[in-house]
Design a binder for this molecule. Sequence first.
Ligand SMILES: *[C@@H]1O[C@H](CO)[C@@H](O)[C@H](O)[C@H]1NC(C)=O
Ligand SMILES: *[C@@H]1O[C@H](CO)[C@@H](O)[C@H](O)[C@H]1NC(C)=O
Length: 383
Amino acid sequence: MRLVLLMLVAWVTILTEGAASEKRLGVRAPRGSKWWSLANLGELSHDLRAPVKKLYNNPSLLPLTKRQRRLVTRNPGTVMAVVNGARMAIDECKHQFRNRRWNCPTKFESHRRSIFGKILQKGCRETAFVYSITSAAVAYSVARSCAEGGISTCSCDNRVHQRPAGEDWEWSGCSDNARFGHKFSRKFVDILEKGRDFRYMINLHNNEVGRVHVTNSLEKRCKCHGMSGSCTIKTCWMELPKFRGIGARLKDRFDGASQVLPGNGGMRNRKENSVRGRGRRRRRFNFSPANTMHKRPGRRDLVYFEDSPSFCDRDSSLGLGGTKGRECNQSSLGVDGCDLMCCGRGFTTEQYTVQDRCQCIFEWCCTVKCKMCTFNRTRSTCL
Ligand SMILES: *[C@@H]1O[C@H](CO)[C@@H](O)[C@H](O)[C@H]1NC(C)=O
Ligand SMILES: *[C@@H]1O[C@H](CO)[C@@H](O)[C@H](O)[C@H]1NC(C)=O
């Protein structure tokens, strides 16, 4: 009996510790996220290609930490790839979420704030997506840049060419260096996630999910050589698909994201996380799914621990605008439909006309002649 009581006390202690750390989670600003504001550098200044010493002190790199600055100066050319990656991530996030209540709003105020706003202080699905898409974009952009000769410490990845070739083709050409991209992104993006509490483990996991989807999306591309298109010799290399494809995969993982429990999963992870291999941290977290009927999330699954806000109404504490004024689709039953998008508040519909080319005919040779027609369109907007 006494033993049972003791166990009960221990259990309750564990539970309340979990709850306490969850409370703390809400107030902390996302520390590792300032580099995203590099996306807002105007015309990329020539200085960013400058000699290494100058680069370190370049004011444009203010959003970076010292360690991040050291990393980019040690790998000349990576700043451009990071800037590019941040832009790709923002574009892709906006694209994938264009028809949803939360449509990946971004705002640039200062280096001190995250460009994605306070949604990052939550631990919901949207937070998970932002972390994964940004770290994926850095991995992707660096991998590409290596292959294009933009970074002086990496080049094409010829290691993949050591795998056996096929009967009718051989390895040749330049493969995107996903391996280097992955490693760089891990160092650069994860640098501020210290892994001391549950939120950081979630972030680290989701960062890694993004990168894994990049690495796993490498595709074999081939080219034929020989007289007039005959394929006497076929050479192949590994190439990353368009980033849109990776955005779509991550969006799928968003839809099927796994809600996990803070607490017991977190404590096991803390231990694992502090084990450092030679320069490489092993990060396999054992999250416990909130629904015990669900399987544990794997390496490719996004995880979150908090329900999303409805995103219906303006919420200035989270910097959310709400869906008032958003366009909706009257004939859709999905999340872009007026019922769901406008959260039952109703909507207005207006008619408008657009001028567009129509009745085009091809004239020999070689012009296309069109008329200008007026089309009636309707637009619905949430009240
Ligand atoms: C509106 O929704 C319908 C039904 O889902 C779809 O066929 C149509 O393409 C959508 N329109 C726009 C402008 O997205
Ligand atoms: C557009 O709407 C106006 C007014 O309802 C109508 O007179 C006109 O015929 C419509 N045009 C087309 C191309 O449907």
